[in-house]
Design a protein around this ligand. Structure first.
Ligand SMILES: N[C@@H](CCC(=O)N[C@@H](CS)C(=O)NCC(=O)O)C(=O)O
Length: 210
């Protein structure tokens, strides 16, 4: 059984938990309290010097970065390649969406929202524009396909749907994006482990209220 160091409010942790649920992989959950800086304890730094969650440990093999953990789980444990297709073009598209999620959508969303949530600053119009640009791109990606990377459910859907759920939680109006709205509503019904995401969002909601 794999260990997963995690915290419920963390969106990348929930992506890994949901992909594991889809693959019917049992994870031994190891909660880390980031507020009390448990991720900086020497025992954890030995496992992951970058001190981030999620961190997976599979028989002494430690791996972090949620998207690479999802790829590893599919490649090592899935009965087929449907969530991360072996076909080079299909796989390339999944990779592109994952990099877009990490490097652009999630980054710009956090750059806009986090200062407001954590430091109580006023919304920065430039950062809002940059986040909107990323959301608009996702809407374009979804224009002609049922899923985030083509016509089948892949790990890109898990990653992007969790990111979009955090956008929604922070009050961003997604209704004007017809393609995102259509896809996101179907993801809420289709993604295995969506309840895990909802539980985590509830924890995050409590932080936002504070
Ligand atoms: N790109 C990483 C992000 C990981 C990350 O930054 N996790 C945060 C929680 S959401 C964390 O562990 N923060 C504690 C720290 O960096 O010390 C992933 O997708 O796994």
């Amino acid at each position: 059984m794999c260990d997963l160091y995690y915290t419920p409010a963390s969106s990348p942790c929930r992506v890994v938990q949901m992909v594991a649920a889809a693959l019917k992989i049992k994870l031994r959950l190891k909660p880390l309290n980031l507020h009390s800086k448990e991720q900086l304890l020497p025992e954890f730094l030995k496992i992951n010097p970058q001190h981030t969650v999620p961190t997976l440990v599979d028989n002494n093999f430690a791996l972090w970065e949620s998207r690479s953990i999802c790829i590893y789980l599919v490649e090592k444990y899935a009965k087929d390649d449907s969530l991360y297709p072996k076909n080079p073009k299909q796989r390339a598209l999944v990779n592109q969406r994952l990099y877009f999620d990490m490097g652009m959508l999630t980054k710009r969303m956090y750059d806009f929202f986090f200062p407001q949530l954590i430091q109580n600053t006023q919304p920065d119009p430039q950062k809002f524009k940059e986040m909107e640009e990323a959301v608009e791109l996702l809407d374009i990606f979804l224009e002609n396909s049922a899923y985030a990377a083509g016509e089948r459910l892949t790990i890109a859907d898990f990653a992007l749907a969790v990111t979009v759920s955090v956008c929604e939680l922070t009050g961003y109006d997604l209704n004007k994006y017809v393609n995102i709205s259509r896809w996101y509503e179907s993801m809420k019904l289709e993604l295995p482990g969506w309840n895990i995401n909802e539980e985590g969002l509830n924890v995050l909601r409590q932080y936002i209220k504070k």
